[in-house]
Design a protein around this ligand. Structure first.
Ligand code: NAD
Length: 318
């Protein structure tokens, strides 16, 4: 009797800086059997796929190619959306960009579902929380099958900065960033654990720095990270590629992983009709549950503030 393994095909829409870096990270992680890139810029997708395919002798076994979108979506377990327009200079407002990218992402999600209603859809295009919410609402899909990259990258940045500050491996630091993937995100310090110890109890043991003073500086550094990288090199790509690989790993390996993806809230934390970065349990079905962590009153109000900002963006689209 032959055993039939589920296909692990990942389609990537948008073969720019983020899409191609994600393809590279995913190929090296050995998680997918097939990676297919698609882009309105057909030559870009072809060129990226060819360049990536030349690494095939060195990756764990994987097939990489470019194809037209409907073929890319068919049979994909996960479709990752990184397609969008970048800001066209200072003359274009964020709102204009939001309107353009909302149209692009909504129509891509519609096309994916026409050929493959089983795919889990992961969105990275910015503003990721608003676009995930709009695309999900438009799709009529159950909650959890369309998710955004949320604050998974911001959380990684936070863990790295804490690791540098405290001299403890980032692997031994649990520290989420919650809310909007953007300026209103915040650090719920009550959930931060270093070496398994709540941060407020860890600091008096460590005493290497004045951590109370350092906290706002570290959070500000997380918030400003993307701006710094964009100033230096024009766009961010490697960190987000690793963050998305972690999310796709949780889906393809049915991991029950906990990640701060963009999830639509349905009453959790007293919030609804908004999508933002929040700890979620993720497996092959996508988001299986939103974890309602015991935040302090102040942290709950920071989350509500971030939700309010996202709702204003959503309202501007209506
Ligand atoms: P990019 O301009 O390099 O690539 C975008 C690609 O999308 C282009 O190749 C373009 O041809 C393609 N595209 C546009 N419309 C399309 C459509 N309708 N169908 C298929 N392809 C289409 O941009 P990038 O640097 O790769 O960034 C992509 C997105 O990811 C941006 O919105 C960026 O803000 C976002 N991003 C998100 C995070 C995160 O953490 N969520 C981090 C970094 C960047």
């Amino acid at each position: 009797m032959t055993t039939r393994f589920a296909s692990r095909k990942v389609a990537i829409v948008g073969a720019g800086a983020v899409g191609s870096s994600f393809a590279f990270a995913l190929a090296q992680a050995g998680l997918a059997e097939e990676i297919v890139l698609t882009d309105v810029n057909v030559n870009l997708a072809k060129g990226q796929a060819l360049d990536l395919a030349h690494g095939i002798p060195f990756y764990p076994t994987v097939h990489i190619r470019a194809d037209e979108s409907s073929v890319a979506y068919r049979d994909a377990t996960v479709v990752v959306v990184t397609a969008g327009k970048p800001q066209a200079g200072p003359g274009q407002s964020r709102l204009e960009l939001l309107q353009i990218n909302a149209k692009i992402v909504t129509s891509i999600v519609e096309d994916i579902l026409t050929v493959n209603s089983e795919a889990i859809i992961l969105i990275a295009t910015n503003p990721v929380d608003v676009l995930t919410h709009v695309a999900w609402r438009h799709s009529g899909q159950p909650r959890g099958r369309i998710l955004g990259s949320g604050t998974v990258l911001d959380t990684a940045r936070f863990r790295w900065l804490l690791s540098e500050n405290c001299g403890v491996s980032a692997q031994n630091i649990h520290a989420p960033i919650l809310g909007e993937h953007g300026d209103s995100e915040f650090a719920p310090w009550s959930l931060v654990h270093i070496a398994g110890v709540p941060v407020d109890e860890y600091c008096p043991i460590c005493r290497k720095c004045n951590f109370v003073k350092r906290r706002p500086e570290i959070l500000e550094e997380v918030r400003r990270s993307a701006y710094h990288i964009i100033d230096y090199k024009g766009s961010t790509s490697f960190g987000v590629a690793m963050a998305m690989t972690q999310i796709v790993r949780a889906i393809l390996r049915n991991e029950e992983g906990v990640l701060t993806v963009s999830a639509p809230l349905e009453g959790e934390y007293g919030l609804r009709d908004v999508t933002l970065g929040i700890p979620c349990l993720i497996n092959a079905k996508g988001i299986v549950s939103v974890i309602e962590a015991p935040l302090t009153e102040e942290e709950r109000s920071l989350l509500a503030h971030s939700a309010g900002i996202l709702k204003e963006s959503l309202a501007s689209l209506a």
